[in-house]
Design a protein around this ligand. Structure first.
Ligand code: DAH
Length: 345
């Protein structure tokens, strides 16, 4: 009898050990421990066992059942662990693979150029000052020596908010605020960047909104030579160290004398091409010595102090520098266009 139990035990152990995966161990569990399984079969046979042997028989079946249950539980946990190890092995991450890059934004080309201009002057000790875009007529025109009936108001068609307020047409308005605020803290050395607005019809070279950077220096003994030197440095930093600059007489109500600055064409080097309309020169900014009346209106003694100022159009510089043929590209937010300028960051 004992031999029968030993054989059964051996048979069960071998069966359980032979299971290769969770599926087959489940089938074995059903075969051995299920309702219609072998162990339940042995239980039902109890009724045919002679009375005096029933106790031993029952104990033997029970011990076989317990052994089977614990072996199967152990097998299942081993198989699960093996499964997990296998999965870990297969899912191994190769940390040497290049990471997939997300799409990232970029500074707008106009911001890049504006910051470049600012940086050149910050390097020369200038402070950066900003001002309001909705500006008083007082600072945009009156203090800039452009009274109400002055013909040069027609040069800059203006968006008025009411009779006193307007969208500033020039960063020169910031210059006028600085002169007023700092008239007793000379010398002044500032650059004033900002958006300006004009009632222009938009086309390839005109936009009703654009960006200027104004520069202003006021102190004792400031001369046209200082103006020329500073702007030469600006032109060379922006367009290359071998650029020449040329001063041309011009007119602005807030400067006397007034000049416009041309830089020798960076495409043809001055021999003449389409970009410079065969002149060899490209106009980049307006400038001049601050008009004595402008200084006086701000409370500065024009006998003692002099100054120079300039205003540069950021779009114009960006178009020249990067060969952009239509100013509207800067404002249509075309990702393809903007992506081209990632390299300039
Ligand atoms: N405000 C002028 C414009 O918008 C540019 C300018 C010219 C600014 C000469 C200046 C200057 O400060 O001195 O056309």
């Amino acid at each position: 009898m004992t031999q029968k139990w030993d054989e059964l035990k051996k048979e069960f152990i071998e069966k359980i050990e032979s299971a290769k995966d969770l599926n087959s161990i489940e089938n074995i569990r059903i075969e051995l421990l299920g309702k219609k399984g072998l162990i339940n079969g042995l239980m039902t046979q109890m009724k045919d066992v002679p009375k005096q042997e029933k106790k031993d028989y029952g104990m033997a079946v029970n011990s076989l059942k317990q052994l089977t249950e614990s072996l199967i539980a152990e097998k299942i946990s081993n198989l699960k662990e093996a499964d997990m190890l296998k999965q870990l092995q297969e899912d191994k991450i190769d940390i040497t693979l290049p990471a997939s890059r997300g799409k990232y934004g970029t500074l707008h080309p106009l911001t890049v150029v504006q910051q470049e201009i600012e940086d050149i002057f910050i390097g020369m000790g200038y402070a950066v000052v900003e001002g309001p875009e909705v500006e008083l007529d007082l600072y945009n025109f009156e203090r800039a020596n452009i009274p109400a009936d002055h013909p040069s108001r027609d040069m800059q068609d203006t968006f008025y908010v009411d009779i006193h307020r307007l969208l500033r047409t020039q960063t020169t308005a910031i210059q006028m605020r600085v002169l007023e605020n700092e008239h007793d803290m000379l010398p002044i050395k500032v650059v004033c960047p900002g958006k300006v607005y004009r009632k222009d019809d938009d086309d390839a070279t005109h936009s009703h909104q654009f960006v200027q950077v104004e520069g202003l220096v006021v102190g004792e003994d400031i001369t046209v030579g200082d103006l020329k030197g500073s702007l030469e440095l600006l032109a060379r930093s922006m367009f290359g160290s071998n650029r020449e600059i040329r001063l041309r007489q011009s007119y602005f109500p807030f400067t006397e004398p007034s000049i416009e600055i041309d830089v020798s064409c960076h495409i043809c080097g001055g021999s003449g091409c389409q970009t410079c309309k065969n002149t060899g020169w490209i106009e980049i900014l307006g400038a001049g010595m601050v008009h004595p009346r402008v200084l006086e209106m701000a409370g500065i003694d024009s006998e003692k102090y002099t100054g120079f100022a300039f205003g540069v159009g950021v779009e114009r510089v960006a178009m020249l520098k990067y060969g952009v043929d239509d100013i509207r590209h800067f404002y249509t937010n075309n990702i393809k266009f903007l992506d081209t300028y990632k390299r300039f960051e």
